[in-house]
Design a protein. Structure first.
Length: 107
């Protein structure tokens, strides 16, 4: 696997972890899915999981909003099922935590 392919796989693993967290997936299911995905890619190593956790910090962050903007947008977001900036940041942190936990399991 080339460096570019490895980087794409690591970033994909990071995005998958965040998406699972955004979907409010149960932790045990999410960890199992991430393990299976990395196995399929032949990348089930501590270093890969740590790189994926680090890649989350490089993902685009939600735009900053004031508390007033957040409250004003809440009913529309709820109606449309769109996560708030706070929910998206929380999902990124949870996804990062899961990846680091998987890395720790392999060490």
């Amino acid at each position: 696997m080339s460096d570019e392919e490895l980087r794409a796989a690591v970033e994909g693993l990071a995005r998958t972890a965040v998406t699972l967290a955004e979907r409010d997936e149960r932790e045990t299911n999410a960890l199992g899915y991430l393990r299976d995905l990395s196995d399929q890619l032949g990348l089930c190593t501590s270093a890969v999981f740590r790189a994926a956790a680090a890649a989350i910090t490089e993902m685009p962050q939600p735009p900053l909003e004031s508390a007033e903007e957040t409250e004003r947008a809440r009913p529309m977001r709820t109606m449309l099922g769109v996560p708030s900036a706070e929910d998206r940041l929380s999902a990124a942190l949870k996804g990062r935590e899961w990846l680091l936990r998987l890395a720790d399991e392999l060490e």
